[in-house]
Unconditional design. Structure first.
Length: 129
């Protein structure tokens, strides 16, 4: 804010991850400074300020900037947690699928070995006769 007030910066933007859902967190850019007042429906700005605009802005502007940065940090943290949750769910699903395939291959190999041993026993018994 000091750099903006001194004129070294023309604008201040916060770039963050906008949390929409656990699988969607697109990048977003939020202009923090300069603050643009909302337009009224008629296109005219009509405000009555007490004690004065400078006094109100002097108190509210730092709070607004801090809140905007805090909101960006919270949304980014939420987006990160959503991405972690999704990654862990995908890893768990992939591991379960891998275990199923490995278990099936193990059982097939075991069944083939048992079948071969039975065939050898029957073949040995037939040779003795």
């Amino acid at each position: 804010m000091e750099h903006f007030v001194s004129g070294r910066l023309d604008a201040v933007y916060v770039v963050h991850s906008q949390f929409k859902s656990a699988i969607s967190a697109p990048p977003a850019s939020l202009q923090v400074l300069p603050v643009t007042p909302p337009e009224s429906r008629t296109g005219q700005r009509d405000f009555l300020l007490f004690p004065s605009a400078e006094a109100i802005l002097g108190e509210l502007l730092p709070l607004y900037v801090r809140n905007a940065v805090y909101r960006a940090l919270v949304e980014t943290a939420a987006a990160e947690q959503g991405a972690r949750r999704t990654a862990m769910k995908n890893a768990t699903d992939n591991a379960s699928e891998m275990l199923t395939v490995l278990r099936r291959n193990f059982n097939r190999a075991r069944q083939a070995q048992i079948t071969q041993e039975i065939a050898e026993i029957v073949g040995g018994a037939a040779a003795l006769e």
